[in-house]
Design a protein around this ligand. Structure first.
Ligand code: ADP
Ligand code: MG
Length: 351
């Protein structure tokens, strides 16, 4: 595959795919020597029509003259076709950025690291974690040969399992109060049919996508949602500086912060929960495993089951459980906090 990147032609032997013929094949003057042997050569054939011509003669026609193929071409017509290796179908694909609908792309203003170039390639870098309902991968999106900001980035690709690979036991409690627009989908969900399971799987990806967008727009510390494509969400990769360079931020559960950082983490948690509650939403599965410690910053992840605080009959229970899960961890690390107190404080924000 070949992509245009500049102003000089690169005449190599690879097959060239030109997406715009006008660009690929500028109309040059008739003196151009690119392409088939000049017609003058044919006259030779007629003049010597008695002779037997073999393929050797044709080869001679081509190699007799040393020609600079660029001679006589106005430089403004020249294009640089930069050849890259064929993409590896197992680990690569052309960037899907332009193939998803605009509404399936992240909220604006977009961070400057988001790669939107049509020439970018997505490369699978490896699996981050396999889970019951989804797997998280690292994926690089980059314009070949570039590591400039906005042309190269590593993201997390979270891919939900479909149908029988998923567990659905929690689905009913979480989806209660959530609107499913198409009535066929609604019936299928109720019936628990195979179609229902497909719908439900899609619903989780859409649900996490919507939650990430909403939280991002509320200014909450969540990964920036880059795009949604079917069961796959691409999002910001939350990292820390490790000994060997950039690495995935640890889950809060794996860290042992000192007293000052611990107190700061708790303040960040309380602020984030208050903002969510004010917006009428509850994480629904908040724990030190779904919270990343990105240096001094806490980042909340894994939001497919975000519920309405009021619209869902279990909204309050989910909020109390979130408070309990988090407070337990903070207490175990030495910070005296109480979930009932936190819950009460949050409720004051809600109404
Ligand atoms: N945006 C992200 N940045 C860094 N790590 C992430 C990100 N999203 C997920 N992870 C890692 O992948 C794991 C699984 O992701 P999560 O969204 O919690 O899915 P699951 O439903 O499998 O729990 C997380 O615990 C975390 O280690
Ligand atoms: Mg998780």
């Amino acid at each position: 595959m070949v992509r245009s990147t500049g102003v000089r032609p690169c005449l190599n032997e690879r097959s060239v795919t030109c997406r715009r013929l006008s660009l690929a094949c500028p109309q040059t003057t008739p003196t151009s020597c690119i392409g088939a042997p000049a017609l003058t050569a044919r006259h030779d054939w007629h003049d010597r029509s008695e002779e037997q011509y073999s393929s050797d003669h044709l080869l001679h026609l081509d190699t007799r003259r040393e020609v600079d193929p660029l001679d006589g071409i106005d430089p403004s017509f020249l294009l640089d076709w930069h050849a890259v290796e064929d993409i590896d179908d197992d680990t690569q694909r052309w960037s899907t950025w332009l193939s998803v609908e605009p509404l399936s792309r992240g909220p604006e203003p977009r961070p400057d690291w988001v790669v939107t170039s049509q020439g970018a390639i997505d490369t699978e870098l490896g699996i981050l974690k396999t889970g019951k309902e989804a797997d998280a991968y690292l994926l690089e999106r980059a314009v070949p040969g570039s590591d400039a900001l906005g042309e190269s980035v590593v993201m997390v690709a979270k891919r939900y399992r479909s149908t029988e690979h998923r567990t659905f036991h929690r689905a009913a409690t979480y989806t209660e109060g959530r609107s499913v627009k198409r009535s066929r989908d609604q019936r299928a969900l109720k019936a628990g049919s195979t179609w229902g399971k497909i719908v439900a799987a899609g619903e989780w990806a859409v649900s996490e996508w919507e939650a990430l967008k909403r939280c991002w727009l509320l200014g909450l510390p969540v990964p920036y949602p880059v795009q949604l494509d079917g069961q796959e969400i691409l999002m910001e990769w939350i990292t820390v500086e490790g000994e060997d360079g950039v690495e995935t931020a640890p889950r809060l559960a794996q860290t042992r912060p000192g007293p000052a950082l611990l107190a700061s983490y708790y303040d960040q948690l309380r602020d984030a929960l208050a903002t969510m509650v004010q917006a009428g939403i509850v994480h629904g599965d908040l724990s030190p495993y779904n919270t990343l410690a990105a240096g001094e910053r806490l980042v909340v992840i894994d939001l497919p089951q975000v519920v309405d605080l009021v619209g869902n009959a279990n909204g309050m229970d989910f909020l109390l459980r979130d408070c309990r899960n988090m407070c337990r961890w903070f207490r175990a690390r030495g910070l005296e906090v109480d979930e009932q107190e936190l819950f009460g404080e949050l409720m004051a924000h809600a109404f």
